[in-house]
Design a protein around this ligand. Sequence first.
Ligand code: ZN
Ligand code: ZN
Length: 313
Amino acid sequence: MRAVILGSGGAFPTSRRMLPAAALLREGEMFIFDCGEGTQLQLAKSRLGWARLRAIFISHLHGDHVIGLAGLLMTMSMGSRTDPLTIYGPAGIRGYVDLSRKYLKFGVAYPLEVREISGGPVIEEAEYRIDALPVDHRVFTLAYRLKEYPRPGRFDLAAAERLGVPAGPLYKRLQSGEEVTLGGGRVVKPEEVLGPARPGRTVVYMVDTRPFPGAEEFVRGADLLIHDGMFADDMDSESGPKGHSTARQAARLARKAGVGQLVLVHISPRYLSIREMLEEAREEFPNTRVARDLDAYEINYQPESLIDKSRHT
Ligand SMILES: [Zn+2]
Ligand SMILES: [Zn+2]
């Protein structure tokens, strides 16, 4: 999996930072979280395009997170997209899309569905699921989490041979978790030929929130946490009332929830240098980055030798 931060700024765009949007690429599918102004341009610059785009998840209806939507929808239509697209977001997102289409007078040449959600399961597939959780901002806002299910353990060829399982379809059945009965009546259980299940990967997008009680549970064990890092410590007393987190607060969450890597986004335009903010965050959680536009982050499976059980329980 790969995450690309399309826009790392918040509030208003600057020459250095565009507005919130993050692309997540997984096995031929692409998801976008938030769609700040100029997201379509950032997609072009990143060379990701939108051919693989399956769904857009909007955190909330503050302008800096949604103004890019109409432009992207229009361009995809002009670019002769035919694949279906679903937009998920809080109540109001449908009206926003409908009014944009009505007053800007553009049609969409592809099946477009807009679903208003308030949290819980959003997409459930065989290999992964996407869930949403209300966070604590000034308006109703959702965080999103893509979580892969654990993969079956590695097939132990030597064990299968030792037990007398003939190569072929029985291997596949064992791999998919079925018991098989051999010619002589001997039953072989999957756990006799499979190693321990291997954890999947988890990515959380949690943007525009002050710290809140349920955050840690939702984020627990994520390999990558993309989080609101609007302010440095100098704005500590103002960040909460404004509905945001400081870099340090985000890093504290990352540490407590045992995440793999923290990427701070929604950086306030007031900061020309991110040095202090980064130092403050790294005091809490060393594996922190402050994103720049178009930065890409690989989310790899953990090497089996290094699997930290505590992050996946
Ligand atoms: Zn914002
Ligand atoms: Zn906001």
